[in-house]
Design a protein around this ligand. Structure first.
Ligand SMILES: Cc1ncc(COP(=O)(O)O)c(C=O)c1O
Length: 371
């Protein structure tokens, strides 16, 4: 069979940047019915209020384009109820088809060919493909020391010495859990006003590591915060995420999305989820209890691990990560090998769910490690 890349095959030529990159791939198939500890999703499902709201969508609303009235107000209201200083206005909120789409939009709207992305390593895997799409170059500064500390000084120096268009910090970082203090983020944003400083706060709810309560977007317009309903609220399959920042920046990032990128199911579910913050808070509390339980067990069993921010942790098994993943899959449990990731190559990443799910995991892990 003729390869798509064969020079004799006559097909329209994509942009050079696209031709040079690989398709984004993640092991997303065949996960239903398993204990899914591989994507840091909510492990018990969304609030019953979300399901009720989706079931109540009239068929007429499915056959027309979605309406978004009230959505940004609901998001701003939810944020203001959680922040100690209420201040976010609907114009400061951009809505996207998941934070993945928000990240894509950030690069599409701000990243010129040849511009620099500054980020950390290892970190979330979608930043670099987005930079590649734009023809940007990436500098990824490694986390430091055995406990993967944020490389503040090196990031600071790079911002001073080199023209950086986008600084992307995942806080807490996926997969190391590294937490960065709000005051450090604000200092970095102030040191380089021409850099768009994007803080991916997908997992902030688990340790409260948000810069949001401390930032005045009029004073620091180059800071943009990303949040999602995927992980805590359990809406990953519906795809809804937000960008919060200065209205001008939010407006530019929103310009590059399609007119109806968020569908009516996501809009309806988001409004219901945002009204039921107690459900999210209870889930987060359960995960934090499970995290505490896990930490004591991992220490007790002397398993090499790293556990910090977020709803996930790293373990260094005695056997190769892929082998452990295959064996755990046979036990009905999915985890993520970190093979090929700088600094954590021989580890696996495991999402934290409820205490009973963590007991199930640990029992299976001990079994497969010793079999
Ligand atoms: C750090 C980080 N950012 C963004 C995303 C994507 O989030 P969403 O489901 O809102 O697209 C993920 C998903 O795993 C993530 O870990």
């Amino acid at each position: 069979m003729e390869s798509l890349h064969s020079s004799s095959f006559n097909f329209p030529k994509p942009r050079d940047e696209v031709e040079e990159m690989a398709e984004y791939s993640a092991p997303l198939e065949g996960r239903r019915g398993m204990l899914r500890l591989d994507f840091n999703e909510n492990t018990i499902g969304p609030s019953p209020a979300v399901i009720e709201a989706i079931n109540a969508i009239p068929s007429a609303h499915i056959s027309i384009y979605p309406e978004y009235k009230g959505l940004k107000e609901a998001i701003a209201n939810n944020l203001n109820c959680q922040n100690s200083c209420p201040k976010i206005k609907p114009l400061q909120v951009g809505v996207f088809n998941g934070v993945d789409a928000a990240i894509h939009a950030v690069f599409h709207s701000y990243g010129n060919h040849g511009d620099q992305l500054l980020t950390t390593a290892p970190t979330f895997g979608y930043y670099n493909p987005c930079a590649l799409m734009q023809g940007m170059k990436t500098i990824a500064i490694p986390y430091e020391k055995d406990n993967f500390e944020f490389p503040y000084n090196k990031i600071h120096t790079t911002l001073l010495q080199q023209n950086t268009k986008i600084l992307l910090i995942c806080n807490p970082n996926n997969p190391t859990g590294t937490r960065v203090q709000a005051k450090e983020i604000i200092k970095l944003a102030k040191v380089s006003p021409k850099t768009l400083v994007v803080i991916d706060e997908l997992y902030e709810a688990f340790t409260g590591d948000s810069v949001l309560p401390f930032v005045d977007f009029n004073q620091i317009p180059n800071l943009l915060i990303l949040r999602s309903l995927s992980k805590t609220a359990g809406l990953a399959g519906l795809r809804i995420g937000f960008a919060i920042g200065n209205p001008e920046v939010v407006n530019r990032v929103s310009r590059v999305t399609g007119p109806y990128d968020i569908n009516i199911f996501a809009v309806t579910a988001a409004c219901a989820a945002l009204k039921d913050q107690a459900y999210v808070d209870n889930y987060v509390a359960e995960v934090l209890k499970a995290k505490e339980w896990l930490t004591s067990k991992l220490n007790q069993y002397d398993i090499r691990h790293h556990i910090d921010g977020g709803n996930y942790f790293l373990i260094w098994p005695k056997q190769p990560p892929e082998k452990i993943a295959t064996k755990l899959k046979r036990q009905g449990i999915l985890i993520r090998p970190m093979s090929g990731k700088p600094l954590i190559d021989k580890s696996i990443r495991v999402s934290i769910g409820t205490i009973s799910q963590m007991k199930q995991f640990l029992q299976a892990f001990n079994y497969v490690e010793n079999s």
